[in-house]
Design a protein around this ligand. Sequence first.
Ligand SMILES: Cc1cc2nc3c(=O)[nH]c(=O)nc-3n(C[C@H](O)[C@H](O)[C@H](O)COP(=O)(O)O)c2cc1C
Length: 183
Amino acid sequence: MKILAIAGSNSDTSINKQLVTYTTTLFTNAEVEIVDMNDFEMPIYKHQREVESGVPQQAIDFASKIDNADLLLVSLSEHNGTYSTAFKNVFDWTSRIKQRAVWNEKPMLLMATAPGARGGLGVLEAAEKRFPLHGGNIIDTFTLPFFNDNFDKETQKISNQEKDSELREKVNKISALETILEK
Ligand SMILES: Cc1cc2nc3c(=O)[nH]c(=O)nc-3n(C[C@H](O)[C@H](O)[C@H](O)COP(=O)(O)O)c2cc1C
């Protein structure tokens, strides 16, 4: 099984990247690739840019990584209640590739974390509503509130036992899906 883990952040110390990276370790026998939005940095979407130069190669690369994966783990950072600008730019450009649904119906575990009590629930809800319109096949969702209290920075693991068990249960359910296991 090929896992593409996506941090919807361009922070060099992204907590969503830490969470999604930890989540990859809970899968067995998986080939894992971890990316963040720095890997697809490109000019901000502008209609005229698209008309003049087409969709940038970085968005095409992002799409092709999705196409090559069997499972997507996506953890989004929340900025002012919704997507980070860095993620939204990649999403917007990718949505402009002709005859393409961004997520290409790939099974997805959608996640978010934040330092606050809601754990990025705002961005998670926005994505949960929107992604299915772009080929998003969301199998499950997970949020980790109070990241700094619930994630051990030294061991790079969730330290809150209840939340860790919740995530492990979701991972086990996803791992058992026949469509993924076949790969
Ligand atoms: C411009 C900006 C807006 C933010 N807005 C929110 C917010 O609406 N809700 C929230 O829980 N955290 C908010 N935060 C805090 C982020 O959750 C925090 O910076 C977190 O580290 C972002 O995830 P990342 O490290 O994976 O990029 C905001 C941070 C910034 C810089």
